[in-house]
Design a protein around this ligand. Sequence first.
Ligand code: 6PG
Length: 506
Amino acid sequence: MSEGQSLANVGFIGMGVMGKNLALNLADNGYSLAAFDLDIGKVEAAIEQDRAEAPNSEPRIRGCSSYTELLANTATPRIIFVSVPAGDPVDHVCSKLIDAGIGADDIVVDTGNSLWTDTRDREAKYSGSFIFFSTAVSGGEEGARFGPALMPSGDPYAWTRMRPILEAISAKVDAETGLPIERREPGNPITEGEPCAAYIGDSGSGHYVKMVHNGIEYADMQLICEVYHLMRHAMSMTPAEIAEVFRAWNKGPLHSYLIEISAEVLDHVDQETGKPLVDIILDKAGQKGTGLWTAVSSLQVGAPAPTITNAVFARALSTLKDVRVAASKLLPGPASNGITTSREEMVDQLHDALYCAKICAYAQGFQLMQIAAKEHGWDLNFSSIAKIWRAGCIIRAVFLQPIADAFERNPELHSLLMDPFFAEQVGLYQSNWRSVVAQAVLAGIPAGAISSALAYYDSYRTEVLPANLLQGQRDFFGAHTFERVDRQDGKYHVKWADPERPLVKA
Ligand code: 6PG
């Protein structure tokens, strides 16, 4: 620090893509930063971008070449943002900060996509050395730069210190319309509107909620991809025609960032070949793990989330490219793989199918959070979570407002499907959804997410499921017992091996 230079408001470790953009966002909102990265070139690039974007202001980011220098340059009690890959790197940074003399009152804020149990464990592990706080960030590079959705969790005292900063850098929603305030101008941060940052809870709950956000993101993306697949391969529509349909849909209840960017991708032409880019992109999906974590968690807590899980499986299946190529020549499909309904009619049906399936995917995600909250003792506010997701994040959509309203009306709502608005919507559009599933099956076009959502819906609304027979099977081979429908007086077992097959109380 040069003489006379005041200390930076916050420290920042990790100047990768997300880190640099969050740092510039903080700077735009009036926070000076002391920045460190193991790769000094990344710090220099951030400083250079800052100078280019704010040439007339005092330098807002100062580079530090060690953890000790970072601490020496940050005002106490310190707030240190960390943007490093999830997993061991977070602990590495924490132990380096301890070695460098971080104070017990200092706050370290993990902004990565950490596994929620790691965050919970870190809150306990580092207590006494410093306050480990986290804020999950959604919105990719651009969100980080101009306003992400933030899901902070940890020590409530730390939240009181973090709140003004996180609210300042977060995305904002117009209070009257509930729509995102779209402004992406360096040096002109969004200071008006409702912030998309609210305290989630303690014990890693913020990262849990972000994980479920990503699980829903997986489902939402897969649903859109299945609709595209049907249009492209069963209706012979060109990518540009599909983009046009998506643009029209983006004016209605399906209005969302994911529909918008899907249209952009579909409309893009490969510069080398002149073909639609989507036809050039290899059909093998990547994944970093958050969708898988959501699926695993849903299985662990017993929250049915088949559409989310299906979306994870769909990515796994896509990676078996060589096998699929061989199987496409060997395994027969139906005689016709086309759809005979008129294009106009089918496009309408697909719209309604996507809408209904989307309702189910979100219902699954919210129910998962409800069940997990009970299990882990979190007091989650689901209306507030839906509101946070209205802007900045990848699943931002007009659709989040009625979800927020539903949980506002009834915070104990068992499922979005039980909310009068959503129940009515699915009731109105379900016949087109059923028609799409039936036609996809007959055409041999996989639509696992759309159809799993329908099976979920039908299971959820079915009074008597075949679990009665299943319990009978379990009792037969394993004496696992069953309950009776005609009285509630405990468990029963039939002695199946006894020729008399007597019923006994278990
Ligand atoms: C977000 C995104 C972000 C990231 C995903 C991508 O909310 O900003 O979800 O977290 O893009 O991790 O995940 P996959 O690589 O698994 O698709």
